[in-house]
Design a protein around this ligand. Sequence first.
Ligand SMILES: *Cc1c(COP(=O)(O)O)cnc(C)c1O
Length: 391
Amino acid sequence: MIPTVMPTYARTEHDFVRGEGAWLIDGSGRRHLDFGAGIAVNCLGHAHPKLVAALTEQAGKLWHTSNLYRAPWQEALSKRLSELTFADTMFFTNSGAEAMECAFKLARKYQHHAGFPEKTEIVVFEGCFHGRTMAGISASGAEKMVKGFGPLLQGFVRVPLDLDAVKAAVSAEKTAAICIEPVMGEGGIIPVERDFLRALRSIADEAGALLILDEIQCGVGRTGKLFAHEWAGIKPDVMAIAKGIGGGFPIGACLATEQAAAGMVAGTHGSTYGGNPLGCAVAMAVLDEITAPGFLDNVNRLAGRLRQKLGALVDAHPAIFEGTRGEGLMLGLRCAAPNGDVVKAAYAEGLLTVPAADNVVRILPPLNVTEAEIDEALSRLDAAAARLEAA
Ligand SMILES: *Cc1c(COP(=O)(O)O)cnc(C)c1O
């Protein structure tokens, strides 16, 4: 009989009941060190007192009014995010996929509004992940995501991470936008070279196309900058965020320049729940923490320690690991053994990590993890590797 929860996930038996910082506690009272952070969502760990306070305070006042009325919480959050980024305006969503959906719609609308209705193509990259809506899976094209779901949405042109391929795919006649994750997450923690991002910026400009960045996983402090593209010193026209911005409460946003959003007038897009007061209150509290003086310096310091220790781990277990890659606290361990086996062996040691494509294990601790927790995670990974070597 089919489970009452539709079985679209291969879930583990973990039955978590409570969280404290970087730790999750299961039904039997066992403590697990959470270096997956709910797939880069719990950026401040579990049950952070300031986030709990922001949520409960708002919960006692107002949960929902709809987008029929003024939304001071959206005004405040958008003003804050606009001050912190390239963006002049933004649309709030409940998830990453919806933020990308808005980005794709906006790109087409922009061209249409500018008098180029035939510019509808969106250039995307092999191994990309932009969510599970029809547009998201059409962009990704990965067999397991699209098989049986056709016909897919038209207009996505997929190219490898290669500038000549991008140049060949982009044209001033047809291209609405180029869309990329500055660090590919599901694809296996693949950081895009800074020069590559800069080149995409100029290719998009030359073709009159928008540059859309999907920072749903790599944004909000994860790479050691507030947003990953800051490392390249470029500005996108459009950026999708979600995951970390809510610290565990569902909220996302599609940020844009005034010019890019010119066609998005009243009636063109909407969401009943998007930008609800609870999500906006939590997101404000998340931003307060992440933009506090010294917070990102600490992320970079922790990242250096973690990266160095992962390097030593790889050297110590060549039969299990091949190397490390990533940026900041968004790191990947490329495995020699099957990554699923590594993740399982780490589970047995009470350490949670997340598999990704290309035989990678993602290491995504909360951004406020401690040095002692990093050391503990590494000794658990070491034990997990020893477990696999002995098997
Ligand atoms: C998680 C993710 C999405 C989808 O977000 P959901 O909230 O699951 O809809 C899109 N793009 C990237 C890069 C992601 O990591």
